[in-house]
Design a protein around this ligand. Structure first.
Ligand SMILES: [Zn+2]
Length: 294
C-alpha cells in the first residue's frame, strides 16, 4: 500500500506474505462461489483475480502489519506470523524466514522506536512478530513498546490456549510479552490518546477489537479480522469457519459498515490485498468497497 497520509499522521503496510488462501466453500460455510461472482464487477482485479488466474473458489489474502506514525508515537497494528515459528495451520506459514524487520527499517523505523504494538485479536497470524528467537528464547521484538491486548481476548485464550487458530502462539508470542512486563491488558474502549482508540467488534473472537484513527479531519478504522475478505462487505452475514460466534461477527460487520458507509473514513482490514485502503459505499440494499486511487 502506498503511504496513506491522514492529517499529520501516516499509515504504511509491512507485508509479510500474500497468496491464495481462502477456499470459499470451506472458509465461508454459508457462502457460495455463485453468489461471490455477482460481486465481480467491483472486486476485480484487486480483491478478486481475473477469471482463470486461480481455480474457481480460491481467494487471495495478505498478511500485513500497519505502521502508524503520529507526531508523538510509532504504532504497529497486528504482527503477522513471525520467523522461525513451527505452525500447523498452513504449511507456508510454518518456520517462516522473511525480511519483515528489514521492511520496517526500509520505512525508517527501528524496532526500539516502536511505542505501541496493538493486536486486534490474538490469533496466530496477528501476534507472531511480538517476539523473536534470541539464544533459544522468545523475546519481545519491540523492547520499548507497550503491547496493547484487550483483556477479554487475553482472558479467553489464557483459558483456552489450545485451538487451531492459536497454533502455539499464546505460548511463544503472547506469554513472553506478559512475562517481560510489556503487556497492557485494557478495556474495549481503551484510548492511546485522542487520535487512537479501540472499539469492540466481537464475533471472530470473543475480544476482537477494531482500532480507530483520527487525525485532523481524516480518519480510518483498522478492522482486523472482523472482515477477512471484501466479499463480506457485500455479504456481511457470511461468517467464517474460524469465528467463535458467527451471529455476533455478522452484527459487528453490519455495525462497522453502517459507521463507515458513505464517509471519508478509510477501512483498513488485516487481510485485504493491495491497495488495501478503501471506502465503504452503499450498493443497493448492501455495500461495496471503493478502493483508494493511488
Ligand atoms: Zn487473521
Amino acid at each position: 500500500m502506498k503511504t496513506l497520509q491522514l492529517g499529520d499522521t501516516t499509515v504504511d503496510t509491512i507485508v509479510e506474505w500474500t497468496g491464495p488462501l481462502f477456499n470459499v466453500r470451506d472458509f465461508f460455510p454459508t457462502g457460495s462461489w455463485e453468489a461471490l461472482e455477482t460481486q465481480r464487477d467491483w472486486m476485480e482485479p484487486h480483491f478478486l483475480t481475473p477469471k482463470g488466474e486461480l481455480p474457481d473458489g480460491l481467494l487471495k489474502a495478505s498478511l500485513h502489519t500497519y505502521l502508524i506514525r503520529t507526531p508523538q508515537h510509532n504504532i504497529l497494528i497486528d504482527t503477522c506470523m513471525g520467523n522461525h515459528k513451527e505452525r500447523t495451520i498452513f504449511d507456508e506459514w510454518s518456520m517462516m524466514n522473511t525480511d519483515y524487520l528489514a521492511k520496517i527499517a526500509a520505512l525508517g523505523a527501528k524496532p526500539e522506536e516502536i511505542d505501541f504494538v496493538m493486536c486486534t485479536h490474538l490469533h496466530v497470524d496477528h501476534v507472531g512478530w511480538n517476539t523473536q528467537l534470541e539464544n533459544g528464547r522468545w523475546v519481545p521484538t519491540f523492547p520499548n513498546a507497550r503491547y496493547i491486548f484487550h483483556k477479554t481476548e487475553y482472558d479467553h485464550w489464557a483459558e483456552n490456549p489450545v485451538h487451531h487458530a492459536m497454533d502455539g502462539a499464546f505460548e511463544d508470542s503472547v506469554i513472553p510479552i506478559v512475562d517481560a512486563g510489556l503487556a497492557d491488558l485494557v478495556n474495549a474502549d481503551h484510548a492511546i490518546d485522542d487520535r487512537i482508540w479501540l472499539e469492540p467488534t466481537p464475533g471472530h473472537t470473543p475480544g476482537h477489537v477494531s482500532i480507530n484513527l483520527k487525525s485532523g479531519n481524516d480518519s480510518a478504522l483498522f478492522t482486523g479480522d472482523s472482515f477477512h475478505h471484501p466479499i463480506q462487505v457485500a455479504f456481511p452475514d457470511w461468517g467464517t469457519s474460524v469465528d467463535t460466534d458467527t451471529a455476533l461477527s455478522s452484527a459487528s460487520r453490519r455495525k462497522t459498515l453502517e459507521k463507515l458507509c458513505d464517509t471519508d473514513s478509510y477501512m483498513l482490514a488485516a487481510h485485504f490485498m493491495d491497495p488495501t485502503a478503501a471506502h465503504v459505499v452503499r450498493n443497493g440494499d448492501s455495500w461495496k468497497l471503493k478502493v483508494r486511487e493511488v
